[in-house]
Design a binder for this molecule. Sequence first.
Ligand SMILES: [Zn+2]
Ligand SMILES: [Zn+2]
Length: 768
Amino acid sequence: MRTEARAEIFVRGLVQGVGFRPFCHRLASKLGLAGTVRNLGDAGVHLILEGEKGKIEEFLETMFHDHPPLAKILEVEVRLSKARGEFKEFIVSKSEPSSFGKISLVPPDIAICEKCLSEIENPSDRRYRYPFTTCVDCGPRFTIIESLPYDREGTSMKDFPLCSDCSLEYHNPEDRRYRAESTCCPKCGPKVFLLNSDGRPISAGDPLLETAKLLDEGFIVAIKGIGGTHVAAKTTDDDVLIRLRKNFCRPQQPFAVMSLNLERIRTFAEVDQKAESLLASVQRPIVLLKKKRDFPLSDLVSPGLDTIGVMLPYSGIHHLILSEGKDPAYIMTSANLPGLPMVIDNSEALSALRGLVDYFLLHDRRIVNRCDDSVVRFTADGHVFIRRSRGYAPLPLEMKFRFGKGIAALGGDLCVTGAVTKDGKCFLTQHIGDVSKFETLLYLRAAIHRLIDLLKIEKIDVVVCDMHPAYSTTGEAKRLADETGAEIVQVQHHHAHLAGLAAEYGLDELLGIAADGAGYGLDGTIWGGEVLLIQKERFEKVGGLKACSMPGGDLATIYPVRMVAGILWDALSKEELREILVEFCLQGFPRGEKEIEVLLAQLNRKVNVPLTSSLGRLLDASSCLLGICSARTYEGEPAMKLEALASAGDPSRFRPEIERSGNFIDQASLLLQVVEALRAGVKKSDIAAGVQASVARALAEIAVEKAEELGIKTVGVSGGVFYNDAIARTVKEVVERRGLRFLISRQIPLGDGGISAGQAVVASFLTS
Ligand SMILES: [Zn+2]
Ligand SMILES: [Zn+2]
């Protein structure tokens, strides 16, 4: 072949595990170019092209604009030279472990594609009913990757050598499974098997069909999937749900469900266009949807809430079970014991879940990286992350901000993710969870190390953690800093929330409202309803809720009646307070009126009575006063149930006057107006809606006034309270009515899953 030019090309981005090499092969062959393509150890791709210069240009043009839909090109480096005639045709070469210093992206898991799905549904296809069917466009990636480059040898699929049929497909450039590293078939791939509660195999013809039958009969089945294990059960039988809740010590916590298709979801939940496209996206997150008024599933799926978390099947395993089942949806909740990471290993499943489930549907492929389902919901006209995990992790956050290098951030205490930075980008770990248990802290440690390894980060210079001295992540930061020789930076919790938000939109300053359950404040009080001025690495508290008593500390988060008493303590005499507690909150004192005296004595002595300005606690107290929730069994429960009740109410029917001293809101006056309204017989749903709207409006007004005073054009919100659509929307309205720009994170989780990213932002400023 007579060649004229040679181009050596390095492509960085999401280019492994997404069909990029087969794409290059097809394109080069079509254009008559010779050369080679190979995966590199840094997750990038190296190409050599030889041929007519015009054709090479055409190749690059097409590569930029018509690459496989899942691929993402961040950077391309082209070195042109004279052709050497080294290649006769275009070939895919063996991958190279080497890297060229810069990163590319580690592919996340991708939901099963339509083509693979039609194969497993086709009785004449050799992959008929085979649950591990994947191709170059779909299947597990991150959860099976041990090392890069992304080749079968670097994944847990290496335990399954290709059979001759699969090998033919794998080596045929015309085939959809050309270089599809996770491909397999019933002959050579992993297998599912069904075990009874003692872990003994059950000889079922088709374990998946049998699983569907067992679920419909009301049994609880642990199902090992792609990135972890679910506990599955039917959703239409109260008795099944009562047993499930009892076994897993989750008396009230909402369970996510999986439903075969959108049509079935529409029978129990409201699905609009936006929700539909998220549900069906390749990431297949759990999407929080509004329950239908006529709700055919058991109320015990998400008791006391007006929403339900729903996802579509994302693997062959789920499809094959759900397509046989009769229920409109099945519970698919992470199989974990309270506070512990989700079970991924077969023997671990059998020991940890023994006695809690009736059957186990397991398989023999190892899960290398545990990855919980992602959770999103719609708030203030767009979607926000509650949990950014499967399907998204470990892709970097898309931010208008260049992060400093060599930063590792460990997050807070609940709903934790970790973060590392490289090449200006921030990579969040998958969802880790509540790290108060040592096992979960170890999971965080391992997940961060895994990212450091996969991304080939050579040195950690800065470790970032919260300011709370007792958080296990603070201790972990010291350990990691000792190990790596890095310096430690501590970042205030709400500063991290809002610094992340500002960075997401590329702003150096904003007026922010950070509202959540709790975060360690600078003044020794517990923050959670703050208006902060954010300027790069600096912040200043300029307003918020006035701090009030929190008798019993953490106990007051579990028993919100303590917050009712704490908030009203300074505003009332003991007798007046006692009267209100007896009238509205007796259900909050399991041991009766005697307990009220103990609580009042504690407030009087001020022993173990920290101060808090948390909006989460104020909402909890309102929830308790309205008789909605008097004992919290999961994070956020009282406030979430308040939100559910409020969604049926009209905020214009209860408009309390919010009293302020300067820029600080008096919480007691708000609660006293709630008491008055209750006594006047105002509908509880209207009161709930009015509480949310009035406090949101008051915080927004403080932020807007301050922004106008300082000439700042943007007001943003962050923190778990803003998952509440009514609250976020009210702030948005106030801000936009005054001609300012309203911001909320669409990339970083609003809750504490976003703390690590915000910590990394502040550390980037401090060390640049
Ligand atoms: Zn496929
Ligand atoms: Zn095979």
